[in-house]
Design a protein around this ligand. Structure first.
Ligand code: SIN
Ligand code: FE2
Length: 214
């Protein structure tokens, strides 16, 4: 048994890199509440397939909640205070989202995490996210907290250069990955999803990424 196995068994926390860890099953119990809150958000600000600055339509469908939401179009990536799709402010961050994000960040060594933005990604089988850094936020002092629900995905977690070797992690319903500190700008992505069904989400995966954007 290697050190990681022992540490994970004792603490539920698997270190990935300095400042980065995987919390297996951390959100499993909260998942039904999180999904109920998500349904309300998506009823106000529906999922949509955004266009990248390169002119590609993303295979992942997105929406947001919080005082800021993430948006992309031909002119670039940015945060906006209003949903460009509806013209209204983004839905507020629900209490159960805030609580889970704060607890996960604290567990990973980042106490006092209060996100102002949550990007919500919905993956159907075949959808993917190419390697990228989360770098549209104003300051990199706060970590990224990324929560997975529904069907499994293979998450790629690399280093600070696109060409760095990536860890391949199978993320399942309830898993949370946190990256901050020296790993805050780590490249990451998601491989094309395989077909599967989950009792709570059907044939899709939902990922919530919490950020301090402003
Ligand atoms: C993201 O990088 O925005 C999402 C990552 C994921 O879906 O696991
Ligand atoms: Fe990302």
């Amino acid at each position: 048994m290697d050190l990681f196995d022992e540490q994970e068994r004792a603490t539920g926390l698997q270190p990935l890199a300095p400042g980065a860890s995987l919390l297996r099953g951390f959100a499993r119990d909260a998942a039904p509440d999180l999904l109920a809150a998500l349904a309300d958000i998506a009823a106000t600000s529906p999922f949509r397939h955004l266009v990248t600055p390169g002119g590609h339509t993303m295979s992942v469908a997105t929406t947001s909640c919080g005082t800021l939401g993430w948006h992309s179009d031909e002119t670039g990536y940015r945060y906006t205070a209003r949903d460009p799709h509806t013209g209204r402010p983004w839905p507020a961050l629900p209490g159960c989202f805030l609580a889970l994000a704060r607890q996960a960040a604290e567990r990973a060594g980042f106490p006092g995490f209060v996100p102002d933005a949550c990007l919500i990604n919905r993956y159907a089988p075949g959808a993917r996210l190419t390697l990228h850094q989360d770098r549209n936020e104003r300051d990199y002092g706060a970590p990224i907290v990324s929560l997975s629900l529904g069907i499994p995905a293979t998450f790629l977690f690399g280093g600070l250069r696109r060409s760095d070797r990536t860890l391949k992690l199978r993320l399942v319903h309830g898993d949370v990955v946190v990256w901050g500190g020296p790993s805050r700008l780590a490249f990451h992505g998601v491989q094309p999803l395989a077909h599967a069904e989950h009792p709570l989400t059907g044939a899709c995966r939902i990922n919530l990424t919490f950020r301090v954007a402003a």
